[in-house]
Design a protein around this ligand. Structure first.
Ligand code: GAR
Length: 196
């Protein structure tokens, strides 16, 4: 199960890995919090795709409940936030503890938030990267599962740097899901230990 808000390229990379059987799983469904390109990508691949948009609900609590209900209906083994730009309700986070991961385009804890690539460029860092972490109750925060550095190049724009980061994300995301599905990750005092 993948939650998105944007182009859905990471979701598609995961779906491709499943199709190639690099991962013994399928993307059961895609949920977006808005109309976005990723929904069309999912539909083209025959993946059930839903929009659950806060503005369509009387209160934020109703939206959160609808999201929990929709995800729960698929009984997912792993839930991936792949560019999903919303904060989840605590009961959602608790219900999927240990199998709810977020993809973030920086080396967390550096540059959390919605503009991680821009913030890294503005800070003048020479190396940034991507992080896949278990989700806890803070934004872009939780035990780190996988991380990989990406070098900033002279003349990089947000777009050029983000493209190289996404290339890494597309390779790491299937790996992260595989580690969880094969029970190769142990959590101890907020730190992950990955079996070789
Ligand atoms: C990815 O780079 C992901 O790391 C980022 O959104 C992008 C989604 O791209 N996530 C965050 O910034 C979370 N704070 P995509 O829609 O093309 O997969």
């Amino acid at each position: 199960m993948v939650l998105i808000s944007g182009t859905g390229s990471a979701m598609e990379a995961l779906a491709v890995a499943c199709t190639r059987r690099e991962l013994a799983a399928d993307v059961a469904a895609v949920i977006a919090d808005r109309d976005c390109l990723g929904l069309k990508v999912a539909a083209k691949r025959g993946i059930p795709a839903f929009t659950i948009e806060p503005a369509h609900y009387p209160a934020r609590e109703d939206w959160k409940e609808a999201l929990i209900e929709c995800v729960g209906g698929f009984r997912p083994q792993v839930v991936v936030l792949a560019g999903f730009m919303r904060v989840l309700a605590p009961p959602f986070v608790d219900a999927y503890a240990g199998r709810l991961i977020n993809l973030h385009p920086s080396l967390l804890p550096a540059f959390p938030g919605a503009h991680a690539v821009r913030d890294a460029l503005d800070a003048g860092v020479k190396v940034t990267g991507t992080t896949i972490h278990f989700v806890d109750h803070e934004v872009d925060h939780g035990p780190i599962l996988l991380q990989e550095a990406v070098r900033v190049q002279a003349g990089d724009t947000v777009q050029s740097l983000h493209t190289r980061i996404k290339n890494v994300e597309h390779r790491l995301l299937p790996k992260a899901c595989r580690l969880i599905l094969e029970h190769k990750v142990k959590l101890h005092r907020g730190i992950t230990h990955v079996e070789p």
